[in-house]
Design a protein around this ligand. Structure first.
Ligand SMILES: Cc1ncc(COP(=O)(O)O)c(C=O)c1O
Length: 365
């Protein structure tokens, strides 16, 4: 099977370890495993366990903790996966047949659209509109969803705009999915990384054909644990487990235990508070920098990413990389030349350094 190359991931994999300052990442500064354990002996116990296979769909303990964060869900609704990437993969692989139509929110992390197209579906973009503060227009969604639509895929909060869907937009997605019996695939990986305001509401519980994916990689600052999940109707969670038998079989036993520490109620609250502190604190100098350069920008509601309009974005990102060893994500990676995505979840000092290096280029122009 031919696949559509996943440009963004490839581009990031090629460059992220070859620059001094990486401000292309969308998550927050990763935490160390030791900070998840309450005591050194707790960590020792995890490291002392035999490296066997764990429960392949995730231990009941971890699935219980994940389920507790979704109203009305139980462990039977949860499948633990290798990151949000595997969670999305299993959902698309299991639901999509050649000839289906899949409506995908755009701009977006390119995985779902690329996979759906690779599996033979026709992908129809539902565009987020800058004039609507990066909301999708419900009237456009109404036209896009037809009897052939089998999935509507959203990323909420959105990567790269940082917008959180309005109640009206969420209701429209549910209404149009239910009109044709389509699945909603809601990638909610940035939930919990809101700068202000409430936790982003989940699609879970709004309709019976909902698949919610998430992981510890972004809002939790634990991408190296490679732990994610799908929350699905019980029968589908069971079915997805069968697809998972063909991919990674199960999580790593060490990561599974560490993930379970991270998802314990008190620790989880602590982690998400840390994330909010980082995104609030680091966004200030970024917003100031964007303002100083008069770039058009709508502040992100969530996530450690700022998305703003820049003329010649690709050339600027290339110069930043080649001349200043700073990695910035050009809008081309999201099919939107003329924009840049700047990740501000890292070390504050490094972020400030990166901004001043890019400023050196801008002041030459
Ligand atoms: C929206 C979105 N979904 C999924 C992923 C993949 O995440 P993970 O590292 O959990 O596999 C990413 C990574 O950038 C993402 O931005």
């Amino acid at each position: 099977m031919r696949i559509r190359p996943f440009e963004l991931e490839r581009w990031q994999s090629v460059w992220e370890h070859h620059v001094d300052l990486n401000i292309s990442e969308s998550g927050v500064l990763p935490m160390a495993a030791a900070t998840l354990a309450d005591s050194p002996s707790e960590l020792d116990r995890i490291l002392a366990q035999p490296l066997g296979y764990p429960q392949t769909n995730g231990s009941v303990e971890l699935r219980d903790k994940v389920a507790a964060t979704y109203s009305g869900a139980t462990a039977a609704n949860v499948l633990v996966t290798c990151g949000g990437a595997e969670a999305n993969f299993l959902c698309v692989w299991s639901r999509i047949e050649p000839g289906d139509e899949v409506v995908v929110m755009e701009p977006n992390y390119g995985q779902v659209a690329g996979l759906a197209e690779s599996f033979g579906a026709t992908v129809k973009p539902w565009r987020l509109r800058e004039e609507l503060r990066w909301q999708g227009d419900p009237a456009e969604l109404a036209e896009l969803v037809t009897a052939k639509t089998t999935m509507i895929a959203v990323c909420n909060p959105n990567n790269p705009t940082g917008a959180v869907m309005s109640r009206e937009a969420m209701d429209a997605v549910v209404a149009h999915a239910s009109r044709v019996g389509a699945w909603i695939l809601a990638d909610e990986i940035y939930m919990g990384a809101e700068r202000d305001g409430e936790l982003t509401p989940s699609f879970w519980g709004r309709y019976d054909r909902v698949l919610c994916t998430n992981s510890l990689s972004k809002a939790y600052g634990l991408p190296g644990l490679r732990t994610g999940w799908v929350v699905a109707p019980e029968k589908i969670a069971e079915e997805l487990w069968g697809y998972h038998d063909y991919t990674t079989i199960g999580p790593s036993v060490i990561n599974e235990r560490l993930a379970s520490l991270a998802m314990a109620a008190e620790k989880r609250t602590e982690i998400l508070e840390r994330t909010r502190r980082i995104v609030r604190g680091n966004y200030q100098p970024v917003a100031e920098w964007i303002r100083r350069h008069n770039f058009r920008h709508i502040p992100p509601a969530a996530g450690a990413i700022a998305w703003f309009a820049v003329p010649e974005s690709d050339a600027l990102a290339r110069r930043a990389r080649e001349e200043k060893s700073v990695l910035l994500c050009p809008g081309e990676q999201f099919g939107m030349p003329g924009y840049l995505r700047l990740g501000f979840g890292g070390h504050t000092g490094e972020l400030l350094q990166a901004l001043s290096r890019v400023e050196e280029i801008l002041s030459e122009e």
